[in-house]
Write a protein that binds this ligand. Structure first.
Ligand code: ATP
Length: 375
């Protein structure tokens, strides 16, 4: 029986989570999947009351789970970063969730910049979640010891490059280093190609900027070619700028995109905009052999918290993504088609897309549709 930790969190987190849990209840009843939930009170209120962001004991409890379902974290009363870094990032690193999975689908009835048959998109982004420019290697230097160290390192490269930056002067500079390891690239690529096979996708698009950032993305490309051969699935290389362009001009051409961390971060938000906005976008932080965490892409949205205005679809689709990852693909597809049917009907629209349907009314409509259909 899958054991799920539920962290409703802050702002609109508890509101959208309530609807996701109602949907999971119906699924559990009608599809005979047993799910065991444990709710954990992490977030701003808990932190302000107890001083605890995330204790080792809580991490140990999470280690026993199959997955974590998260609402949102962040609160105006808490310094930005305390909860996001202390909980989200800590969990992501502790459980080595090296894949960020972001499906981008646009259902009928949702307004989008895409029109006509361009709307017929179905992209899956597999974003590397631990390396690239997010490894935290960098610094600021003006003069003194750290500067001379940098000058020394720089000298080693000077034979190859001349970028015209004066490293010997006193002017302050900042630098940030990206890192891609062979093992880091290989594991996320293995995940992407395995997913492509499972979903019947015959072409994996690799995103990079290997024409400029030749070292990092050169290594990335070697691993893409290798994974493509090993998994027997075709791949193509695309520069990130071209992908951004095609996501608007010809988004149907992409089915599964695998990206290093930074480009994935940017492109998936473009994807969220195409699929109708933050309220519709689900995500998973995945370790295929460990504890994965599923959450809507939006944050705590304090501006609308407690007002019943939040769109719960992103949270509901995140719970479907969780079921799919746990091996219950049929149940996941059933939730997706119920969401699709409700949105297509056009009667239920949350305020983020110009309607008046409340968070719980949207949940009601999806639950009702599930009750009237079968998987
Ligand atoms: P945080 O600091 O937690 O990231 P934020 O307000 O900066 O919060 P988001 O929560 O991502 O960032 O919200 C950005 C905007 O999108 C807000 O105006 C918010 O009201 C809106 N929004 C986000 N999620 C939803 C949702 N599920 N339904 C409706 N509107 C939403």
């Amino acid at each position: 029986m899958p054991k799920i930790a539920v962290i409703p969190g802050d702002g609109i987190g508890p509101e959208v989570m309530r609807e996701a849990l109602r949907v999971l209840d119906v699924i559990a009843q009608k599809n005979s999947i047993s799910l065991e939930f444990e709710e954990l009170p992490l977030g701003a209120a808990h932190y302000l009351e107890t001083g605890e962001v995330l204790s080792d004991e809580t991490i140990e409890r999470l280690e026993e789970k199959d997955a974590v379902l998260l609402g949102a974290l962040g609160d105006p009363r808490v310094k930005p970063g305390v909860l996001e870094k202390g909980i989200l990032l800590r969990l992501r690193f502790h459980f080595d969730q090296f894949v960020n999975l972001r499906p981008v689908l646009l259902y009928d009835g949702i307004p989008s910049a895409l029109a006509g048959d361009m709307r017929d998109i179905s992209m899956r982004f597999v974003r590397e979640n631990t390396e690239d420019f997010y490894v935290g290697l960098g610094g600021r230097v003006s003069q003194g010891a750290s500067r001379s160290e940098l000058v020394l390192k720089r000298k080693a490269y000077e034979a190859k490059f001349d970028i015209g930056i004066d490293l010997t002067g006193d002017e302050e500079l900042a630098y940030q280093i990206g890192v891609i390891t062979r093992q880091g690239a290989r594991r996320v690529l293995d995940y992407a190609f395995t997913l492509a096979k499972a979903k019947g996708i015959g072409l994996v698009t690799s995103v990079d900027k290997a024409n400029v950032l030749t070292e990092m993305y050169g290594l990335w490309r070697e691993e893409v070619a290798d994974a493509s051969t090993r998994h027997g699935i075709a791949s193509e290389f695309q520069y990130v700028d071209a992908v951004a362009l095609h996501m608007i001009k010809n988004p149907k051409r992409f089915k599964l995109l695998v990206t290093p961390n930074l480009f994935g971060d940017i492109l998936t938000d473009l994807g969220a905009a195409l699929q109708g906005g933050l309220g519709f976008a689900p995500s998973g932080n995945i370790n295929p052999e460990g504890v994965s965490m599923f959450e809507p892409v939006h944050g705590s949205a304090p501006d609308i918290a407690g007002l019943g205005l939040a769109n719960p679809v992103g949270a509901i689709l995140s719970s479907a993504l969780m079921l799919d990852t746990l091996g219950h693909g049929k149940a996941a597809a059933w939730i997706e088609s119920a969401v699709q049917e409700v949105l297509r009907g056009g009667e239920h629209k949350t305020p983020d897309i110009g309607g008046t349907t409340s968070t719980s009314q949207m949940g009601d409509a999806i639950v009702e549709t599930l009750n009237q259909t079968s998987p």
